[in-house]
Design a protein around this ligand. Sequence first.
Ligand code: UD1
Ligand code: CA
Length: 471
Amino acid sequence: MSSYRPLAAVVLAAGEGTRMKSSTPKVLHDLCGRPMILHVLDALERLPLERIVVVVGHGAELVVKTVQELLDGEVPVEFVEQRVQRGTGDAVSVALTAAYFDDHDLEDDLIVLPGDAPLISPDTLARLATAHRNEDAAASILTAIVDDADGLGRIVRGKDGRVDRIVEHADATHDELAIDEINTSIYCFRRNLLAPALRRLSPVNAQGEYYLTDAIAVLRDAGHRVIAEAVEHPAEAFMVNDGAQLADAEHALRDRINRGWMRAGVRMIDPERTYIDSTVELAADVRILPGVILEGRTVIGAGSEIGPDTRIVDSVIGADVIIANSVVRESEVGDGCRVGPFAHLRAGTQLLAGAKVGDFVETKNALLGEGAKANHLAYLGDVTVGAGANIGAGTITANYDGKNKHRTVIGANVRTGSNCVIVAPVEIGDGAVVGAGSVVTRDVPADSLVRGVPARVVEGWVDPSADLDTD
Ligand code: UD1
Ligand code: CA
């Protein structure tokens, strides 16, 4: 049964992408936090493929390294290098030299697609492969009807309505240029028929290239069946060739991501002003205000409200958190925390449940215990703050002596007054109070009051706010 033929995919990604006018290889340009080619590979990963072969050329080393680092799918990926870019037909010939094809029977079907089609969906690819098998075709072309076919290959049909061949824009006659059915450059082929057809290609054409598109006429002339499958959503076949198209593709992808989350129970006040990477995960009942950018491996728990104007990168945010007008990077924010407005949580910040970081507070490598508060104007770097501590306005941990960084430990329920400088390394015991304007240079005993410059213990002090019903 033909429907049991194994399925593999070939991704063409050797081209230079000159129109991007960039030193970055085209397929590595970023869309919604992931290089273009990764979006193509993510779609392929959702098909029952035996193997993915990526043809690399321009920037090969970087493309291979990036894909290997970022792809976490299960389908084995193999790279082959097309040293000279002699056209899409040559690129597929090179792909067929991959080790996988050597020791694999010839019977498989091959999905071939370019690495610069980041909007293609797994459903469309699956539909193409299904039609290909159901019709027992040698080649199946995903086509689209477009308003502007400029630069694209046209589908030329015979009198019987069947696909005869594809003509490239540069080689088309006046009449052929009027055809509005175009080749998306996404195909499914029978490998055992494609391989000999590729050997029949010649570069005698306007671009002097071996066109994969010419394999269609070769197969037809040999009496094989070629079908065209129209793409249901033409936007999916959108190819990125320059910076403006990259922005258009990203806009479309962003819209798709946002709609997906809104259907999953996330509320967005203004999806047009909400920017979520494809790698982000959101729980139900997350509420996103305008101007929010969520990047990388960020996760946000149920019921949290983010924004307005907030950027969160590679961070894990718990449930029922509120973060307003802030920047958060490589941090963890526990359930029920409040952050901002105008806070900056830098790498290594960890806020335990119910902690609060208010306006104009910067943290870095800082652990704030449960319910700890730094409400205004503070710098907390390389510090552990105990549960329930209250960091006063203007408290600074002076963690840098000009040479090395040192750590500060602030105990549970410590209170620091306004404008304190805590010079690390230093430890402030549980329940201690640091008077306003102090400069703490030595360890502070638990439950004591220190004040002054440098801060000294105030003898005989009794905390007026301490538990009064003990006597
Ligand atoms: C190709 C199709 C055209 C189709 C259009 C859709 C051919 C000859 N033409 O044209 O019918 O309408 O796509 O966008 O196939 N590549 C290689 N090695 C090469 C040449 C290209 O890997 O030697 C890769 C490129 O990196 C790119 C893809 O193949 O990802 C398409 O190549 P490109 O030159 O952009 O083809 P188009 O001229 O756009
Ligand atoms: Ca070309």
